[in-house]
Design a protein around this ligand. Structure first.
Ligand SMILES: [Zn+2]
Length: 53
């Protein structure tokens, strides 16, 4: 419970839905707006998982 209060709000990490890697970065799409790219498996897409830190 108290640990929850220590966490800064909005801290999240992106998780690749394909391989589960945390090495996911923003990737600029053309018309689709923002997408994400996984550096581990080269997945690119708008769908990624998010985990609270
Ligand atoms: Zn991946």
């Amino acid at each position: 419970m108290l640990e929850e209060l220590k966490k800064p709000p909005g801290r999240r990490i992106l998780v690749c839905p394909t391989c589960g890697s945390h090495d996911v970065t923003y990737y600029m799409g053309l018309k689709m707006g923002y997408q994400y790219q996984c550096k581990s498996c080269n997945y690119v897409g708008a769908l990624v998982l998010e985990e609270d830190i």
